[in-house]
Design a protein around this ligand. Structure first.
Ligand code: NAD
Length: 374
C-alpha cells in the first residue's frame, strides 16, 4: 500500500477535527504509508462538496454507502450522530475497511458487541474516538500509577461537566432524541470519563446511579417545543474490578463548565489530579520527604512524555484538542501497519457501553447493578 485512502462520513463538529487530523498526521508522525483524503460524505451533495473543497478531499458524495464500499477508501471515519454508527461501521467492515468510529460506539451494548465481533471476524483494525486517552498528560498519569508512584489505588473521582445545553433555548437536536443519541450526558460525556477511569485504574465492575433531565422541553425549528428524551445529568458510585471505589458525574447543564473533564486518583502513597481544561498539566502528590515540604507539584508535559515531541521540541508550550485527534489517527494508522488494534478499539469501547447500560439500569431500579460480561 503506497498511501492510505481516508473516507470521512459527517463533517460537523468532530468531522472537521478528523479531516484536520488526517490531513496533518502524515507530516507529524511517521506512520508508514501516508494517508490521503480520498472521499467525504454528508447528507447533501452540496454539503459534501463544500467539505471536500475546505478540507482537500479528492471526491465528495451524498451517499455514505458508496464511500464505504469505494475501492480507493481504506479507512472509513464515522463522525455522524450515534444512531448511524452501527449501520455505517457494519457496512465498512463488510467491505473490509478499517474503521475509526466516534464515541459512544453505539446506541446499546448489544450493538457495540455486534460491531466488535464483526470487525474482529473480518480482521480489520478499529479505533473509537476517546481522544482524551491520547493526551500525553493522561498517559503519564497512567504510567505513574502503573509504576506504583501513588501506591495502591483506592479511589477515583471522575467528572465530565459542560454547559452546552444549560440554556433552555438551545434547540432540540439529535442529542435530545433517544432514538438518535441513545443516551444524553451519560453517553456523550460520561463515556469519556469512564474511558479515562478504565485506562488509569481498570475495568468498572459495579455501579449505583441516579440521573435526571433538567430541561424538560426544547424549541424545535418550527417554533414548537418538544420533550427532551435524554438525560441532562447523571452520577454514580462504582467499584472497580480491582476493588477501588469511585464516583463519576456527567452533566451538559453545568453553567460555566466548558470541558471540565477531570479526575483525581487517590492511592495509599499519593494522589494524581488531571483537568482537561488545563490539558498540558498533571498534578502529583507524593507522601514522601519532610512533611513541611510536601504538597502537590505541577508537571508540564513536554517531549519527555510520549507523542508530545512529535509536535513540539520544547516542554510547556502545549498541545490542543485537535492534536489529540492527530494522535488518535496516528494510533490507527500505526495499528494498520502492525496488524494489531490500538488500545482504544471496539472491544474496549464495548465495555464502556456495558458500564453505561448498568448505570441506566441502576438509575431505573435504584439498586447496585453489576456490569455485564462479554
Ligand atoms: P454534528 O451534528 O455536529 O455533525 C454530524 C454530521 O453528520 C453532520 O455533518 C451531518 O450532516 C452528518 N450526517 C448526519 N447524517 C448523515 C448521513 N446519513 N450521511 C452522511 N452524513 C450524515 O455532530 P458532532 O458533534 O460532530 O457528533 C458526531 C459524533 O461525534 C457523535 O457520535 C458524537 O458523540 C461524537 N463527538 C465526539 C467528540 C469527541 O470529543 N470525541 C466531540 C463531539 C462529538
Amino acid at each position: 500500500m503506497d498511501s492510505v485512502g481516508i473516507g470521512l462520513i459527517g463533517t460537523g463538529f468532530i468531522g472537521k477535527c478528523h479531516a484536520v487530523a488526517y490531513r496533518s498526521v502524515g507530516a507529524i508522525f511517521d506512520a508508514g504509508p501516508p494517508p490521503h483524503l480520498e472521499m467525504v460524505a454528508d447528507v447533501s451533495q452540496g454539503a459534501a462538496d463544500d467539505a471536500a473543497r475546505a478540507f482537500g478531499f479528492a471526491r465528495a458524495t451524498k451517499d455514505w454507502r458508496a464511500l464505504a464500499r469505494d475501492p480507493a477508501v481504506d479507512v472509513v471515519v464515522i463522525a455522524t450522530p450515534n444512531h448511524l454508527h452501527r449501520e455505517m461501521a457494519l457496512a465498512a467492515i463488510a467491505a473490509s475497511k478499517h474503521v475509526h468510529c466516534e464515541k459512544p460506539l453505539a446506541l446499546t451494548a448489544a450493538e457495540a458487541g455486534e460491531m466488535t465481533e464483526a470487525a474482529e471476524a473480518a480482521g480489520v483494525r478499529t479505533v473509537v474516538g476517546y481522544n482524551y486517552l491520547c493526551n500525553p498528560a493522561v498517559i503519564h498519569a497512567k504510567d505513574l500509577i502503573a509504576e506504583g508512584r501513588i501506591g495502591d489505588v483506592v479511589y477515583f473521582r471522575g467528572t465530565h461537566t459542560e454547559d452546552y445545553m444549560a440554556d433552555p433555548e438551545v434547540p432540540f437536536s439529535w442529542r435530545s432524541a433517544r432514538d438518535q443519541a441513545g443516551l444524553g450526558a451519560l453517553g456523550d460525556l460520561g463515556s469519556h470519563i469512564v474511558s479515562l477511569a478504565q485506562l488509569v485504574v481498570g475495568d468498572v465492575a459495579e455501579v449505583c446511579a441516579d440521573s435526571a433531565t433538567v430541561i424538560a422541553e426544547r424549541p424545535t425549528a418550527g417554533g414548537a417545543r418538544r420533550p427532551v428524551e435524554t438525560e441532562d445529568q447523571a452520577h454514580f458510585m462504582a467499584r472497580f474490578a480491582g476493588g477501588a471505589m469511585a464516583t463519576f458525574e456527567a452533566s451538559r447543564v453545568a453553567p460555566g463548565r466548558k470541558l471540565y473533564l477531570g479526575f483525581e486518583v487517590n492511592g495509599t502513597k499519593g494522589s494524581i489530579i488531571f483537568d482537561q481544561e488545563r490539558m498540558n498539566e498533571l498534578r502529583l502528590f507524593e507522601a514522601a520527604g519532610p512533611a513541611a515540604q510536601r504538597g502537590f507539584r505541577t508537571i508540564l508535559t513536554g517531549p519527555d512524555h510520549p507523542d508530545y515531541g512529535a509536535f513540539l521540541p520544547a516542554p510547556g508550550h502545549g498541545l490542543g484538542f485537535n492534536d489529540l485527534k492527530v494522535i488518535e489517527a496516528y494510533r490507527l494508522l500505526d495499528a494498520i501497519g502492525a496488524g494489531k488494534n490500538p488500545y482504544s478499539d471496539f472491544r474496549r469501547a464495548w465495555h464502556i457501553e456495558r458500564v453505561l447500560e448498568a448505570v441506566v439500569r441502576s438509575a431505573e431500579t435504584r439498586r447496585w447493578v453489576p456490569v455485564a460480561g462479554e
